[in-house]
Design a protein around this ligand. Structure first.
Ligand code: BEZ
Ligand code: FE
Length: 304
């Protein structure tokens, strides 16, 4: 038991709570728990948090657990809409100028997407949106081509729903992995990304509603790029001109991740690309930094 003086204050409790974790054998866990105590106590004191507000917070967290399932991760969503996920990203993924920057993984990533050929299509159903060819090169920061690079790509089709949340789509629709060529070049077909709403029917929605914020994500395609001898990058490409670039619900947009999607409508282009118009093309080079990814991100959603 902690000993307390006759005139105990909130600060005494903070000190006692901090000391109660001194014996944690794992130094990282000890650091995290003590910092959590320090910041949570400061939060309660700064806001003069009431007992009823604390109970309401507990009920919101309970609701977050209850609404979560294999394809719905409400705690991550709450972290995303509060900007916590992107703060973690900025703090832990610093890159030199010119390098491909990271962004949110999001709660809809699924590992082990099917492989596609170079130039193949990640959308496995027709009428998923306006086709788009995304191409470019995987380069090292010195400009040399990177060999054996692998791209893991996923996005929503034009209906704005990831396949694992939409029973009308086939398994792994608009998801795929491909290997870049030896000269670092890559290309794949998909559909032009659209802005889409993140789920608003749980506690993350409560947070957005409280501030009258919208729940739209700027149009994007997710991509993880990895190659031997280089840092793996978890990121997304955004569409230049998208109306939500400046107000993405999860703060994921970085200027260097915005790509131009060019519309093609002519018969000549249909012939040149072997695809009926209209379609878009976007060109983007992924510039990687030599090294290893510090730590594997293990998260993968399932199909509900
Ligand atoms: C997504 O882009 O998949 C996403 C990211 C954060 C929250 C919700 C969705
Ligand atoms: Fe997304």
């Amino acid at each position: 038991m902690q000993s307390v003086s006759p005139k105990t204050t909130a600060a005494d409790i903070t000190e006692a709570a901090l000391r109660s974790f001194d014996g944690a054998p794992n130094p990282r866990i000890k650091l995290l728990l003590q910092a959590a105590v320090r910041h949570l106590h400061a939060f309660a004191t700064e806001t003069n948090l009431t007992a009823n507000e604390l109970i309401e917070l507990a009920e919101i967290l309970t609701a977050a657990g209850q609404i979560s399932d294999a394809s719905r991760h409400e705690f991550l969503l709450m972290s995303d809409v509060m900007g916590l996920t992107m703060v973690v990203d900025y703090n832990t993924n610093k890159k030199p100028d010119g390098a491909f920057e990271s962004s949110v993984l999001g709660p809809f990533y699924r590992a082990d997407a099917p492989w596609i050929e170079l130039g193949g299509d990640i959308c496995r159903q027709s009428d998923m949106g306006t086709p788009a060819l995304i191409s470019g090169r995987v380069l090292s920061i010195d400009g040399s081509p990177v060999r054996d690079a692998v791209l893991d790509i996923w996005q929503t089709p034009a209906n704005g729903m990831y396949e694992n949340t939409d029973p009308s789509q086939v398994d792994f629709n608009c998801r795929g992995r491909l290997r870049a060529a030896d000269d670092g070049s890559y290309r794949f077909w998909t559909v032009k990304p659209v802005p889409y709403p993140i789920p608003k029917d749980g506690p993350a929605g409560l947070i957005l509603n409280a501030a009258k914020r919208h729940n739209m994500r700027a149009a994007h395609v997710h991509v993880i790029v990895e190659a031997p001898g280089h840092e793996k990058v978890i990121s997304e490409l955004f569409v230049n001109g998208d109306p939500y670039l400046g107000s993405d619900a999860v703060f994921g947009v970085k200027n260097s991740l915005i790509a131009n999607f060019v519309l093609h409508e002519s018969a000549d282009d249909a012939e040149k690309y072997g695809r009926p118009v209209p379609f878009f093309t976007a060109n983007y080079d992924f510039v990687l930094v030599p090294g290893e990814a510090p730590e594997e991100v293990k998260f993968s959603a399932g199909r509900a």
